[in-house]
Design a binder for this molecule. Structure first.
Ligand code: AMP
Length: 423
């Protein structure tokens, strides 16, 4: 029988890579907490309607990338393709948004049926930060500041560039969509049926089409920036001034539209040259209309999401991953539960150390080899001398560096042998 394999685009993280993941996860959790963001958890499965209303019916994500199915009651459910919609739904449902300001973060798997390649998967992890109840550009600046602090902490700041744009308010975008649609339909003869369909439904998507005929027509299309109203312009100007005041560099790109319908005004992405085609590590923006679109109270809001795989890949590409050691100390030898009891005593004395009991017996040389492979620096060898049990503490990679003590003295002797805990 053929061995069963994982679903395409859904990867396992092998144990030697989980330390790199944990480093990134811990950095995000702690950085978000330091900015006063609190963790929220919400389901991976939601009503399909939630994503249709928020991300938008005519977007790539909803049209062709969601894992959607009917459950046993005949309800249409979808695995979440992103976190903002579920986060906003949960915050509203939990009553967190009523005349309050809340800062939230979440972390977890998202699902999109995209064509897998390096940095693009069908199950991937996101961290998100979302701020509700604050309408000024200062919170947009704070979100960028939070992401920048995370890059700083992970030592990847030098490889990331912030790109921003103003996509206008909902009304601006409606007018722009109508103008675009009219423009593309005026040149319908140059477009195929699929493109004409887009021109009627969601003409903005034609702007990043790969079809040469569409690219040609799109060259003279109306520009979004000509349709952005004064209020959005002011908000965006103030946001940029704050970023400058904070010393956060950015580039502006009219091409940055983000593929989700709920954004308005300032949007942003952090991109890198170090990862190839999938160059966006983080993206977000303001989405003041979202909660009302979901049937809740209108609430100003803004947020971003980080792709964890891409951030881990970036840290690896820059050589920032932590060592993937399983153990610091190996305990070998002894009879019955002696090794387990000694390991427990050592762990009590030095909670910072990973102490692994080498179980299952075998020759000393193969046990030392296993200890080396586990990354352990010290081996604690339980021996039986003529005058009773003894413990030899030795460097795993150098038998000549060793001390022999009575079992009761082993925890202190090990602590002295290894020196102070790592910072
Ligand atoms: P989005 O809101 O779609 O821009 O997603 C936010 C971030 O999630 C992106 O900047 C990526 O880092 C990450 N991301 C999105 N889609 C995928 C995917 N299919 N595989 C891996 N990471 C992804």
């Amino acid at each position: 029988m053929a061995m069963l394999r994982a679903v395409r685009g859904m990867s396992d993280v092998p144990p030697e890579r989980t330390p790199a993941w944990r480093r990134v996860e811990r950095a995000f959790q702690e950085t978000a907490a330091r900015f006063g963001y609190q963790e929220i958890r919400f389901p991976m499965l939601e009503r399909t309607e939630l994503f249709r209303r928020s991300i938008g019916d005519a977007t790539d994500i909803v049209e062709k990338e969601m894992y959607t199915f009917e459950d046993r009651n005949g309800d249409s459910l979808s695995l979440r393709p992103e976190g903002t919609a579920g986060c906003a739904r949960a915050a509203e449902q939990l009553g967190l948004l009523h005349q309050r300001r809340v800062r939230l973060w979440y972390q977890g798997p998202m699902f999109r049926h995209e064509r897998p390649q390096k940095g693009r998967y069908r199950q991937f992890q996101q961290f998100g930060a979302e701020a509700f109840g604050m309408s000024g550009p200062d919170v947009d600046a704070e979100l960028v500041q939070l992401a920048a602090a995370l890059w700083e902490r992970l030592d990847v700041a030098g490889a990331l560039t912030l790109v921003i744009n103003n996509v206008g308010g909902a009304e601006d975008r409606r007018r722009y969509g109508a103008a675009l649609s009219e423009y593309f339909m005026s040149r319908a003869g140059e477009l195929d049926e699929e493109a004409r369909e887009r021109a009627r439904g969601n003409p903005v998507r034609l702007l990043d089409s790969k079809d040469p005929a569409v690219i040609e027509v799109a060259k003279d299309a109306p520009k979004l920036e000509d349709h952005v109203g004064e209020e959005s312009r002011r908000h965006y100007r103030e946001w940029k001034a704050m970023l400058r005041a904070l010393g956060i560099a950015f580039e502006e790109s009219p091409q940055l539209v983000r593929g989700l319908d709920y954004y308005n005004c300032g949007v942003h992405e952090w991109v890198t040259d170090a990862l190839g085609a999938q160059n966006a590590v983080c993206g977000g923006g303001r989405y003041d209309g979202l909660t009302a679109q979901l049937g809740g109270r209108p609430t100003p809001a803004a947020g971003f999401a980080v792709g964890v795989e891409r951030l881990v890949l970036l840290a690896e590409a820059l050589g920032k991953e932590p060592p993937a050691r399983a153990a610091d100390v190996a305990v070998l030898g002894g009879e019955g539960a002696e090794a387990l009891a000694m390991a427990a005593r050592l762990r009590r004395r030095r909670p910072d150390l990973r102490v692994v009991a080498d179980l299952g017996g075998g020759k000393l040389s193969s046990r030392i080899r296993r200890a080396l492979e586990s990354g352990a620096r010290a081996a604690v060898v339980l021996e039986r001398a003529d005058d009773g049990p003894a413990v030899r503490i030795r460097a795993v990679d150098d038998a000549s560096r060793s001390v022999t003590v009575a079992p009761g003295e082993a925890p202190e002797a090990l602590a002295a042998f290894l020196g102070a805990p790592d910072a």
